[in-house]
Write a protein of this length. Structure first.
Length: 196
């Protein structure tokens, strides 16, 4: 079992299962119930977030997730800031999962080196810090053990993260997880976070 501070997000029954295989809303509703029940049974509480396998969604997915008690989703990488989405059961927050700063597509599919990826990471972070003078962007980074778990890739990652979290940036940066962002957004008055 994972340490209690480790955030758990629903991802599906298996990463090999594509949500486009679910042609009917009732089938996806059953999948969401099964995944939610499994997490609740094994972790003592349901997940707050869902990132679908391959970031695929059907048109009814956000409605079903909100109805099942999910607080936010990570499938919509269309903005660097969280935003509220309308559903049949009320609003659900979108906190983006990174596509660009995701080691799996960049290194495995696009064939960038670890150092190139880490340069992207540092450049993205610095630009986001500059943008934070005008608004509050989210700079997400996705690192997978099967990609960056090799010793030769760890050194450039360590250097990039040390660069990002050096003291001259930290007074303008909140180092947190997506769930903490969602919890914070939920405390804000209406109108501060954009609504879809």
């Amino acid at each position: 079992m994972l340490p209690r501070h480790t955030p758990i997000i629903a991802h599906g029954r298996t990463n090999a299962e594509n949500l486009h295989d679910f042609r009917w809303e009732a089938d996806e509703a059953r999948l969401i119930r099964e995944v939610t029940d499994t997490f609740t049974r094994n972790e003592g509480k349901p997940p707050k977030d869902r990132l679908s396998g391959g970031s695929y969604e059907n048109s009814w997915a956000v409605d079903l997730l909100k109805a099942a008690g999910y607080q936010y989703i990570s499938d919509w990488p269309c903005d660097n800031r969280p935003f509220w989405m309308r559903t049949r059961s009320g609003p659900i927050l979108s906190v983006r999962y990174p596509v660009e700063l995701n080691d799996s597509p960049q290194i495995i599919h696009c064939q960038h080196s670890a150092r190139e990826f880490c340069d992207m990471l540092a450049d993205q972070f610095e630009e986001m810090v500059e943008q934070s003078a005008r608004h509050s962007p989210v700079c997400n980074i996705s690192i997978h053990p099967h990609t960056f778990g090799y010793p030769f890739r760890k050194w450039p990652l360590r250097e990039a993260l040390e660069h990002c979290f050096q003291n001259n940036f930290m007074d303008r940066v909140w180092k947190c997880r997506a769930g903490e962002i969602a919890d914070f957004c939920g405390t804000l008055a209406p109108g501060i976070i954009p609504r879809g």
